[in-house]
Design a protein around this ligand. Structure first.
Ligand code: HPA
Length: 269
């Protein structure tokens, strides 16, 4: 695995004309930010050696390099979900490569179901913490030399970056909420009782990504900032139907505000 990571990083380095220290993962329906990257060049995942091959039609995905908020960045348009059938080493392969490329800060976004009764559809939730419900751990197996065998996770989501997001939201008059993200394997959305259970356990939002990527980034010493776009609400007195289309639509509507916060944070970083 380590050789593969090195090989992929070398392949990219030979072709990169910029030296980003910031990476962004764009979640479901949150691709708009990609169109704001200037001086960009990109590589389809299918062309990058050892990159997992996408299983979902229309989710081909690419790695984009360029400038955002005046800084060199790299962005993943499309991520690898566990429910698609990838193992955890594949799901988190890009973060291992990011480390080799010199990435110091990772911005992650996702669409998530809201369980906190204060939340509304379209809210942006700064991720303060997560609860890992995936059935396989991304660090299972021989330890990678990038970090300790038993990594600390007391501040997986960087506090200074969370504070910065509050400041920017206040300045720009954007409503943001804070909470704990519960990571589950999917692909089913939750039953009403499952939403309720995750909320009782301390979760404010639930989704099918992010947690493995953040764990590996932490293991590599990469600082993380995460935002969930609340695309549906479950678990309350009226069980509601949730669909992928509705999730995409709500994420799409919330994109401009999320993009504004991310851009400003990168500019000030
Ligand atoms: N549950 C799990 N994943 C999700 C949800 C949800 O309600 N909404 C968007 N992704």
């Amino acid at each position: 695995m380590y050789e593969k990571i090195q090989e992929t990083a070398s392949w990219l380095k030979e072709r990169m004309t910029t030296t980003p220290q910031t990476a962004i993962i764009l979640g479901t329906g949150l691709g708009q930010l990609a169109s704001e990257i200037t001086d960009s060049y990109s590589f389809p995942y299918s062309e990058i050696p050892n990159f997992p091959v996408s299983t979902v039609e229309g989710h081909a995905g690419k790695l984009i390099f360029g400038k955002l908020g005046g800084k060199d960045i790299m962005a993943m348009e499309g991520r690898f979900h566990y429910y698609e059938g990838y193992n955890m080493k594949e799901v988190t392969f890009p973060e291992r490569v990011m480390y080799e490329l010199g990435i110091k800060t990772l911005f992650v976004s996702n669409a998530a179901g809201g369980m906190n009764p204060e939340f509304k559809i379209g809210d942006l939730m700064v991720i303060d913490d997560h609860i890992n419900f995936f059935p396989e751990h991304p660090l299972r197996g021989k330890n990678f030399p990038t970090g300790p065998r038993f990594p600390d996770m007391h501040e997986a989501y960087n506090k200074a970056l969370r504070d910065e997001a509050d400041l920017i939201a206040r300045e720009k008059g954007i409503r943001i909420v804070h909470g704990t993200y519960v990571g589950v394997q999917g692909p089913t959305f939750e039953t009403p009782k499952e939403y309720r259970m995750y909320h009782i356990l301390g979760g404010d939002a639930v989704g099918m990504s992010t947690v493995p990527e953040v764990i590996v980034a932490c293991h590599c010493g990469i600082k993380v900032f995460g935002i969930s776009v609340i695309t549906d609400l479950g678990g309350f007195d009226n069980p509601v139907k949730v669909s992928h289309e509705e999730v995409q639509e709500a994420a799409n509507d919330a994109q401009p505000l999320m993009t504004e916060i991310m851009r400003e944070m990168i500019k000030r970083s």
